[in-house]
Ligand binder design. Structure first.
Ligand SMILES: *Cc1c(COP(=O)(O)O)cnc(C)c1O
Length: 495
């Protein structure tokens, strides 16, 4: 069955998967969604015998139907290779009764690698398929992890350039160091004086700027996005939920047909939406537990049906979740509105003009698979410390937000189904916060002394991504005001 893509804000026009990946965002500002969610056509038992790459193929082939088998397998095998430091790509670790799905074994040690190691291949293949001759300019806003993962994925890829905007004061020191030391003549990294939402809004504005696009086209450039608004980010993420389920099936933790719950530390709502797609494809998933930090706009939304971004933006120790405008929620809104583009447009316009919207009762009833929770800074730190003391397992701050929310959910509901917690970053990426949570004595230690100490107490080798930045020179030091983002892009492209 051919799957096409349409905008959440327009009923009529559809494009192929490769065109949707090339465009990133739809022209009307909506997000591309598949016209139908395909169902898995291989049994879970069979998938349980397959490798990560094989499972990924079984998922991707159903969504990206205009790619040939050879193209998809090439993309998959180029992405999920030795860049990952474990053969399983996404291993599960059991600790204190939950299953941590470690999605951070790629080149930049955050779960963004799961999608961003394949996106450049999907995109360059899409350009070929669509006779797109211009140079592709990847424009990306990052709350810290997407930026580095996208830079690593696109660095020196012929026919592409990549520009990353990050909030200068909103990322961890290791995250910043990873980005500003990025090599590759086609890379450009810029700190902005605003927060992540400002960066994301600035990028979306450039996507919607027809005058800018025309000038770019004349100069031989076209924009695409590496943010999770790109369907080419979302689809590869579905694979690891199918993979996780089938591993638990293979080792007997789950019986055939038995449901597992999923808890996801959430920011832009891409990762948890991928879990929902996995469920809709036929993976037996029960509850989708959406975990937020102090920026708990999603928790409030699931509780009340009102999405309201009019609140203080709080900087936390889980910076990749410091977001008040969760872009991918629009895809869920569209689904629960019964694929009603007019209704989705109305709500998104309301978000733009008033900063909030309220869904109907009928829409709210369709959210029964989801539940929200949040973790304060103190609770997140406590979750890290107590899991470490109980089991020796050290998790990062984002994963800890999810662990806390999961523990509270389980206590409150008694729902003790097997639960997978999406472990979205290596603790090495947030060493200072992680070690500070374990023992206050670490506060005065230097960044790399903390790295070595973490290795000692966790018994985990320091990942290459960290070894690389110990001595790497800073190659990017541009900082600009939010209003100047477009000017920076024009300068880099020589427009
Ligand atoms: C991006 C990110 C998140 C949030 O994921 P979304 O798909 O944006 O909801 C959570 N944790 C880490 C470490 C991240 O990098």
């Amino acid at each position: 069955m051919e799957i096409r893509y349409k905008s959440t804000r327009n009923e009529k026009d559809t494009v192929t998967a490769s065109q949707a990946i090339l465009q990133g965002l739809a022209k009307d500002g909506g997000l591309f969604v598949p016209t139908a969610i395909p169902t898995l056509d291989v049994s879970l038992d069979k998938l349980a015998t397959m490798s990560y790459q094989e499972v990924a193929y079984e998922v991707l082939k159903l969504f990206l139907t205009d790619y040939t088998e050879a193209e998809l397998k090439h993309c998959i095998n180029s992405a999920y290779d030795e860049k990952f430091d474990v053969k399983e790509i996404a291993p599960l670790k059991k600790a204190d009764g939950a299953y941590y799905l470690e999605l951070f074994h790629g080149a930049t040690i955050a779960f963004k690698d799961m999608a961003l190691s394949i996106l450049p291949h999907l995109l360059t293949t899409a350009a070929k398929k669509n006779q797109n001759e211009g140079e592709i300019v990847i424009l990306t806003a990052t709350s810290g992890d997407t930026g580095k993962a996208a830079l690593a994925g696109f660095a020196d890829v012929p026919g592409t350039r990549i520009i990353v905007f990050y909030p200068k004061n909103g990322v961890s020191r290791i995250q910043e160091k990873q980005m500003v030391t990025q090599k590759g003549a086609n890379t450009h990294v810029i700190g902005i004086t605003g927060n992540f939402d400002d960066a994301q809004t600035g990028v979306k504005q450039m996507f919607g700027n027809e005058e800018l696009k025309e000038r770019m086209a004349k100069a031989g450039f076209c924009f695409s996005s590496a943010n999770s608004i790109n369907i080419g980010r979302l689809v590869p993420q579905v694979a690891y939920y199918v993979y996780a389920y089938t591993r638990l099936l293979a080792d007997g933790t789950l019986k055939a047909g038995e449901e597992m719950n999923v808890t996801v530390p959430t920011g832009n709502f891409g990762n948890i939406l991928a879990a929902y797609y996995a469920k809709l494809m036929g993976t037996p998933i029960g509850k989708l537990i959406c975990a937020s930090n102090d920026n708990k706009v999603l928790y409030d939304f699931f509780e009340t049906g009102t999405y309201d971004r009019n609140r203080e933006f709080i900087l936390t120790t889980s910076p990749s979740m410091d977001i008040l405008i969760s872009s991918n929620l629009e895809r869920l809104i569209y689904m629960i509105a019964g694929c009603d583009a007019a209704k989705t447009t109305e709500l998104m316009n309301s978000l733009k003009t008033t900063g909030k919207y309220t869904i109907t009762d009928e829409m709210k009833a369709r959210l029964a698979d989801f539940t929200g929770g949040y973790s304060t800074e103190a609770q997140t730190a406590e979750a890290i410390k107590s899991l470490y003391e109980k089991t020796g397992y050290v998790m990062d701050t984002h994963t800890a937000v999810a662990a806390h929310v999961y523990n509270e959910y389980r206590k409150a509901t008694g729902d003790d189904r097997v639960t997978v917690i999406a472990s979205t970053a290596s603790p090495y990426k947030f060493t200072r916060s992680v070690m500070g949570a374990i023992d206050a004595k670490y506060e005065s230690w230097s960044d790399f002394d903390l790295v070595d100490e973490l290795s000692r107490i966790a018994g985990v080798k320091v990942p290459n991504a960290i070894e690389e930045i110990r001595t790497a020179p800073v190659l990017h030091n541009t900082v600009c005001e939010t209003e100047k983002m477009q000017a920076e892009v024009e300068k880099f492209l020589g427009l």
